[in-house]
Design a protein around this ligand. Structure first.
Ligand SMILES: [Zn+2]
Ligand SMILES: [Zn+2]
Length: 266
């Protein structure tokens, strides 16, 4: 049982960092730079948590930031909480306002991401991801035992759920607090920030989506940011964006004033 618990925590951390650092802060926002090898490592860790095509993930997420909470937000609240949580994935198509060619031309230039994107056939791309996840777990089972397999499957599922839960919870202001006067309903939710390794500081993130750091004040623990600091110290990443006016779409005086003194906000 101890073996299972340790394996679960390790698998969860790897998959979660793959989603936060790989899919989100690197691919979707280009908030730092690194080698292709390290980029593929993090993206693979997210992919094996059933995150699907990296292109689709980045396209949908960039569309979310373009018009958060409005009708063209792919997982906005206009069609109810289930659509906001996972229903949007069941459409298996992009909405008319979302164009992969326009939103993620950088990712479509990469042959590896193009292969996993399956020419924008969302069914095929998700099926390829599912098959890859199953085959990987079978290899793991052959190399280890049933408890490690179970830990891997459950940790992958838990990590896969986190961005979906975040889409709902961190856009409900009553469940957290808002530091910045963004034009959306994004909220900082401490317990979710722990589970998602920093992504729960979602109001901060909407104020500064181009920043590699989401936990801004001293009490906002951001595990992914600590990992990025470690990688920077190891000289594995560089050109790291920090919260600053040029990484914010909200160039309001209030946002910038709060940026200087985030601890004063309520
Ligand atoms: Zn959001
Ligand atoms: Zn984002």
């Amino acid at each position: 049982m101890i073996e299972f618990a340790i394996a679960f925590v390790l698998f969860y951390c790897v998959h979660m960092l793959g989603i936060t650092i790989g899919y989100h802060r690197l691919l979707s926002h280009r908030s730092f730079k690194c080698s292709k090898g390290l980029e593929y490592f993090f993206v693979a860790a997210g992919y094996l948590a059933m995150e699907g095509s990296p292109v689709t993930w980045a396209v949908v997420h960039r569309a979310h930031h373009r018009q958060p909470d409005l009708a063209n937000d792919p997982h906005g609240p206009s069609r109810g909480w289930f659509h906001q949580y996972a229903g949007w994935m069941l459409d298996f198509r992009y909405s008319e306002s979302v164009s992969p060619a326009a939103l993620a031309p950088d990712l479509l230039r990469d042959p590896v991401y193009r292969f996993f994107d399956q020419n924008q056939h969302l069914y095929r791309a998700y099926f390829l991801c599912f098959v890859t996840c199953v085959l990987t777990r079978l290899l793991l089972f052959v190399a280890t035992d049933v408890w490690i397999l179970l830990a891997s499957v459950l940790a992958g599922f838990a990590a896969q759920q986190m961005p979906l839960v975040l889409n709902v919870v961190s856009h409900m202001p009553r469940l957290g607090y808002r530091t910045f006067a963004t034009e959306d309903s994004s909220s900082n939710v401490p317990w979710l920030a722990i589970l998602t390794m920093g992504e729960g500081w979602h109001n901060n993130h909407h104020a500064f989506p181009g920043s590699a750091r989401s936990g801004i004040s001293a009490r906002e623990f951001d595990m992914s940011w600590l990992v990025l600091c470690f990688l920077k110290r190891m000289k594995l990443i560089h050109s790291i964006n920090m919260p600053s006016p040029q990484h914010s779409p909200n160039h309001s005086t209030q946002s910038l004033a709060l940026m200087s003194h985030p601890e004063k906000a309520g």
